[in-house]
Write a protein that binds this ligand. Structure first.
Ligand SMILES: Nc1nc2c(ncn2[C@@H]2O[C@H](COP(=O)(O)OP(=O)(O)OP(=O)(O)O)[C@@H](O)[C@H]2O)c(=O)[nH]1
Ligand SMILES: [Mg+2]
Length: 338
């Protein structure tokens, strides 16, 4: 039976927006007055086109927010790939909110939805700091073809050209796939970054040992390590990741400071299942979500927060070197719904 949420608001109840907690590293914070928002908006065009339109039609029909409104909202959230658990959480929070204070029409429903979504993202965000004593070591990990090597190159460019430029060294620790080292060399030259490598078939931990030693000797601020694509089920390859972590730790206390799982946004809920198993095995600290430009299912960002309890730290929005942006929850939600 439909029931009305058209109650009076308790004035003591706080109105929507929560304080923003940025998830981007300090040196790469999106400048407020730049084209950052436009780039985020451009990146989520496909998600926005379907999501925003469907939400608008629910909102346009909403005079009184009741159970049937929430039922209409459910397929819209699922279609954007928020996933069943996150969709259920959002709807339950809206229901509770409506029961407590009422939701007065479509416009207010939209504000509350934005607030709910942003709260989900901010609950897992943390400010990323660089270690006081360099070098910082960042490992890029993930299953095959998600965009690890491309992101390594883009990240080197972002660090080197950001408002607080950092010196970067790349380590080619994918010795497994043919031409992987050459591929990273192309990115090293595009981003004008030095690279440490070994031969194909060589020991990735040996390459990492050399890279850590070189980064220390040169006073490099950030060492980014490109690793081979692997499935969490390949236990020998997962052990290899462990060995790399131990090698870095032995040479640089606290390393690896970040382990970024690179996820392909176009793989949707399947990618999420793989990611869950991967994060458990590989001490992942944050997510890089690539190919956001190529999907209408950008709502996966919210499923990542709820189900992996990890923030998306960077988003890949194209194939060019500058197509990587620090993820910002406010810009993301506003881009989707404004
Ligand atoms: N559109 C788009 N394409 C991307 C993005 N990031 C990576 N790609 C493309 O994805 C493909 C795979 O990228 P790689 O960087 O080789 O992926 P990888 O994870 O290193 O692959 P393996 O080393 O084989 O596991 C390439 O064609 C990239 O151009 C992105 O943000 N947007
Ligand atoms: Mg690669």
């Amino acid at each position: 039976m439909a029931f009305s949420f058209f109650n009076k608001r308790d004035k003591s109840e706080p109105v929507p927006d929560q304080p923003t907690q940025q998830s981007a590293p300090q040196s790469e914070q999106p400048p407020e007055n730049s084209g950052f928002f436009d780039r985020m908006k451009q990146a989520v065009t496909r998600t926005r086109d379907s999501f925003s339109e469907s939400i608008s039609s629910v909102i346009a029909l909403t005079r009184e927010v009741d159970e049937s409104t929430l039922l209409d909202l459910e397929p819209v959230l699922l279609a954007a790939d928020l996933g069943a658990p996150t969709t259920a959480l959002v709807l339950e929070n809206l229901r509770q909110r409506a029961l407590r204070t009422g939701i007065q029409g479509g416009a207010e429903l939209k504000q509350l939805l934005k607030s709910e979504l942003k709260q989900i993202l901010d609950s897992v965000a943390y400010p990323i700091t660089h270690p006081a004593t360099p070098p910082e070591v960042i490992m890029m990990v993930g299953v095959n073809g998600t965009g690890k090597t491309t992101t390594t190159g883009k990240l080197a460019h972002l660090f080197a050209t950001g408002p607080n430029p950092r010196t970067v060294l790349l380590c080619a620790a994918d010795t497994f796939r043919a031409a992987a080292i050459e591929q990273l060399e192309v990115w090293a030259s595009r981003s004008n970054t030095p690279i440490i490598k070994t031969k194909q078939g060589g020991d990735p931990s040996a390459a990492l040992y050399d890279a850590c030693t070189a980064a220390k000797a040169r006073g490099t601020q950030t060492l980014i390590v490109d690793t081979a694509g692997r499935l969490h089920t390949k236990s020998d390859l997962m052990k290899e990741l462990d060995k790399m972590r131990r090698t870095a730790e032995r040479l640089i206390p606290g390393a690896p400071h970040q382990t970024l799982l690179v996820m392909d946004a176009t793989t949707g809920q399947n990618g999420l299942i793989q990611a869950r198993l991967f994060t458990e095995a590989a001490h992942v600290t944050g997510i890089v979500l690539t190919k956001l430009d190529g999907t209408a299912k950008g709502g996966i960002v919210l499923a990542i927060a709820t189900e992996l309890k990890l923030p998306v730290v960077y988003a890949g929005i194209g194939e060019k070197i500058e197509d990587l942006i620090p993820f910002d929850s406010s810009a993301f939600i506003d881009s989707l719904l404004d």
